[in-house]
Design a protein around this ligand. Structure first.
Ligand code: GDP
Ligand code: MG
Length: 575
């Protein structure tokens, strides 16, 4: 039969089917399966019952099959049935099976003959069946009866499409021979989703009911509406046979006799009838599973991978697995790093509107606290004047000087520069304490692992402390550099002559605005560190002046001719 060694494929897919049914509809894996479609009373139920050799499906007028029935036939010595929804209970009486299908259908759909896509899973073990799984679907109908919804036709159509649209689904299209084949509901809907007829298997029922003189030879020979998998004709029991409780086995014998004796079908009798259909379906399903298995496998694997990835994000998941735990811990530490950086560098996502982030606080220290600390440096004007006077006198010594000596200027200025050390170090302290607070904040996410949190905090804080010492050394060194040499040749240094020139210009116009003052605090701060000229220091003082006092006052003082000695004193006095 060409499928030796693959007998286990159908039971394997059955297991998957059960697993997916129990986790609900959400699973989007398409299992290879055969769906039975056809118009109402086409003979779908009859075909299935013939496979089993038992009457077990609900019958009646209207829509009897109102939920998909996943029928798993399993070749087995003992004969019984089992439902997935009441697992473990063995049904040996097939009337009970029918009653259970009816009850279970009503349980979901209510008794108003509505339909539901939630399947009923029925497994039948029997020595008469070949391993085969089929899905019995509601028959297509045109009119709603009783209190059925008016759009029942569309509802059923949608449900059928849900199953047969999937490429993995073989379509068993059941058509009664006594109707116009070209108008077959089953073939029509199958053609919609399988236009080339690659996965549709045609079943022609009711061959015995055809008008005398007509036959279905053409279609059964696959000439009329060709399908790659062909057509198979069957003869089921008539309503009269069913009412008379005609045994299925007797019916099967009658079916065989029908094909053997009919002139139109005699030549292909071996390829007709229920037993052949069953064999063919078993073979085709097995081949179909074999063909779709590699794809199914890779799909399952990729789903498994994405699930595993998801699982890893649950940090407490499976704490017994050592590698998973290490990965999770590593991920948390990395996350800590990312959080820390984001809080300093700022980030677009999750902007906090309630409080300042670490980075913003550090910015405030640089641009508000530090300048404030600078202007807070107290100058005792009297004391300063006295010091300047002493410095000048001491530089002149015994002589009476004509000009203010540079040396005196330098001595006084350097003394003022020295005062920058304290606020600069304080600035470093403030930033460090802000960083430490930030470390604590970011470590909150590690709370579920107290030792990891402790260790992370310890390591990062130690590192910050270490850098703190180095930073302070560096800041002090920079100030020392500034102290060691005052560059009066620097382009920003105005000097006495220029100051006088500016003053003459200022007499005509408004005093020239000073460029340096516009550079802002950070620039000036950096300039001090880079440069080495006294005007920087001056600017610094001037800016602290303008920060709180009147800029115009500063500018006019700057532009005045008392630049060297008097301007200095005047500026100092204003701070
Ligand atoms: P379903 O609605 O498609 O499930 O159709 P059923 O299997 O319930 O069959 C509907 C009616 O058609 C029943 O009365 C069957 O006895 C009858 N029937 C089905 N197949 C055949 C057949 O091949 N020959 C005859 N004479 N009657 C059939
Ligand atoms: Mg039916």
């Amino acid at each position: 039969m060409g499928n030796r060694g693959m007998e286990d494929l159908i039971p394997l897919i059955n297991k998957l089917q059960d697993a997916f049914s129990s986790i609900g509809q959400s699973c989007n894996l398409d299992l290879p399966q055969i769906a039975v479609v056809g118009g109402q009373s086409a003979g779908k139920s009859s075909v299935l019952e013939n496979f089993v050799g038992r009457d077990f499906l609900p019958r009646g007028s209207g829509i009897v099959t109102r939920r998909p029935l996943i029928l798993q036939l399993v070749n087995n010595k003992a004969e019984y049935a089992e439902f997935l929804h009441c697992k473990g209970k063995k049904f040996v009486d097939f009337d009970e099976v029918r009653a259970e299908i009816e009850a279970e259908t009503d349980r979901i759909t209510g008794s108003n003959k509505g339909i539901s896509p939630i399947p009923i899973n029925l497994r039948i073990y029997s020595p008469h069946v070949l391993n085969l799984t089929l899905i019995d679907l509601p028959g297509m109908t045109k009119v709603a009866v009783g209190d059925q919804p008016i759009d029942i036709e569309h509802q059923i159509r949608d449900m059928l499409l849900q199953f047969i649209t999937k490429e993995s689904c073989l379509i068993l299209a059941v058509t009664p021979a006594n109707t116009d084949l070209a108008n077959s509901d089953a073939l029509k809907i199958a053609k919609e989703v399988d236009p080339q007829g690659l996965r549709t298997i045609g079943v022609i029922t009711k061959l015995d009911l055809m008008d005398e003189g007509t036959d279905a030879k053409e279609i059964l020979e696959n000439k009329l509406l060709p399908l790659r998998r062909g057509y198979i004709g069957v003869v089921n029991r008539s309503q009269k046979d069913i009412d008379g409780k005609k045994d299925i086995r007797v019916a099967l014998a009658a079916e065989r006799k029908f094909f053997l004796s009919h002139p139109a079908y005699r030549h292909m009798a071996e390829r007709m009838g229920t037993p052949h259909l069953q064999k063919l379906l078993n073979q085709q399903l097995t081949n179909h599973i074999r063909d779709t298995l590699p794809g199914l496998r890779s799909k399952l694997q990729s789903q498994l991978l994405s699930l595993e990835k998801e699982v890893e994000e649950y940090k407490n998941f499976r704490p017994d697995d050592p590698t998973r735990k290490t990965k999770a811990l590593l991920q948390m530490v990395q996350q800590f790093g990312v959080d820390f950086e984001k809080r300093i560098e700022g980030s677009g996502d999750q902007v906090d509107t309630n409080e300042l982030s670490g980075g913003a606080k550090i910015n405030r220290i640089f641009h508000e606290r530090f300048p404030f600390e600078l202007v807070k440096i107290v100058f005792d004007e009297k004391e300063l004047r006295r010091e300047i006077s002493h410095a000048i006198k001491n530089v002149h010594g015994v002589r009476t000087g004509l000009f203010t000596p540079d040396l005196a200027f330098e001595a006084i200025v350097k003394k003022q520069i020295l005062k920058l050390k304290e606020p600069s170090l304080k600035c470093v302290d403030l930033v460090v304490s802000e960083l430490t607070a930030l470390v604590m904040k970011c470590a909150v996410k590690l709370n579920s692992y107290p030792r990891l949190r402790e260790e992370t905090e310890r390591i990062v804080t130690t590192h910050v402390r270490e850098r703190e010492g180095k930073t302070k050394d560096q800041v002090l060194l920079l100030i020392d550099i500034e102290l060691s040499y005052i560059n009066t040749n620097h382009e920003d240094f105005i000097g006495f002559a220029n100051a006088q020139q500016r003053n003459t210009a200022a007499n005509k116009k408004r005093p020239m605005p000073n460029q340096v003052i516009r550079k802002g605090w950070l620039t000036i701060n950096i300039s001090i560190m880079k440069g080495g000229s006294k005007e920087y220091w001056f600017v610094l003082t001037a800016e602290s002046l303008s920060w709180y006092k009147d800029e115009e006052l500063y500018l006019s003082t700057w532009g005045s001719n008392i630049w060297y000695k008097e301007a200095f004193i005047a500026l100092m006095g204003k701070v």
